[in-house]
Write a protein that binds this ligand. Structure first.
Ligand code: ZN
Length: 105
C-alpha cells in the first residue's frame, strides 16, 4: 500500500502559509515578507515531490510558544518569529514527537 510521506510536516507548513497570508491580507501593508512566504511554498512543493521522509527528520520548535516558525539571523541565532524568543528552541526527534508533546500541553 502506498503511504503518503511528509504529510504532517506539509500540513503544518501549509497552515503556516495560511496564517501568514491571512495577516498580510488583514493589515494595510504586508507584515510578513512575501518572498519568505514564496520560500515556504517552494519548500512545500519540494517536499511533496521528494521521496525523502521529512516527517522522520528532527524539528526545532520554540520552547515558549511551540512555534515551528524559527529563523536564523546572520549571527546564527535561532529566532522565534511568533514570540521573538532567541535561542530558546527545543529539538524533537521528528514531527510525531513534537505533535505528541503539544497535544499533552
Ligand atoms: Zn515562540
Amino acid at each position: 500500500m502506498y503511504v503518503k510521506m511528509n504529510l504532517k510536516i506539509i500540513t503544518i507548513l501549509k497552515q503556516l502559509v495560511d496564517h501568514l497570508e491571512y495577516y498580510n491580507l488583514m493589515s494595510p501593508f504586508p507584515v510578513y515578507d512575501t518572498e519568505y512566504i514564496i520560500d515556504i511554498k517552494t519548500r512545500i512543493k519540494d517536499m511533496e515531490n521528494s521521496k525523502r521522509d521529512y516527517d522522520e527528520l528532527p524539528v526545532a520548535a520554540c520552547k515558549y510558544c511551540n512555534s515551528l516558525h524559527i529563523e536564523n539571523d546572520e549571527a546564527d541565532n535561532d529566532i522565534c518569529m511568533r514570540c521573538g524568543s532567541v535561542n530558546d528552541i527545543e529539538i524533537y526527534n521528528n514531527i510525531h514527537d513534537y505533535l505528541e508533546y503539544i497535544e499533552k500541553e
